[in-house]
Design a protein around this ligand. Structure first.
Ligand code: RB5
Length: 146
């Protein structure tokens, strides 16, 4: 599976920790974010990853900024993106199972490295439930985009 990862300046170290973690598990990781601590606007990072997921350059994405909120707001502006901002693994698991979130977001200033790893593991390893009610609700979200 090909996983995109994008970030602003607040999340460079955490991004590299996650790339190492995911590559060790056999995922192919594509790096879209900034790689320096110089100030980098999170809307650029969120849009870039959203477009990469929309265009199927990658299967899904991980977006990290200071809080996870700004980058999720930006990614969610891209049509077809369901970017979920979470801070623990149970929400990560449920947002794949129920919402089929195609981007997971969290804050490098909010969660520590081990929690971040647990979040991405829960999200990547959980399948979409596929139930009728979940499909119907996701379609309702997509209808808002029209
Ligand atoms: C950058 O200082 C910070 O605003 C950003 O990383 C993020 O937290 C925005 O939501």
């Amino acid at each position: 599976m090909k996983v995109g990862i994008s970030n602003d300046h607040a999340a460079v170290e955490l991004k590299y920790a996650l790339i190492r973690h995911l590559e060790a598990k056999g995922y192919e990781v594509v790096n879209y974010g900034t790689n320096t601590s110089e100030s980098y606007d999170y809307p650029i990072a969120g849009k870039m990853l959203g477009e990469a997921v929309r265009d199927k350059e990658v299967d899904c994405g991980i977006a990290i900024c200071g809080t996870g909120v700004g980058i999720s707001l930006a990614a969610n502006k891209v049509k077809g993106i369901r970017a979920a901002c979470v801070s623990e693994p149970v929400s990560a698991m449920l947002t794949k199972s129920h919402n089929n979130a195609n981007i997971i977001c969290f804050g490098a200033r909010i969660v520590g490295e081990e929690t971040a790893k647990a979040i991405v593991d829960a999200w990547l390893e959980t399948p979409f439930d596929g139930g009728e009610r979940h499909l119907r609700r996701i379609k309702m979200i997509m209808d808002i985009e029209k």
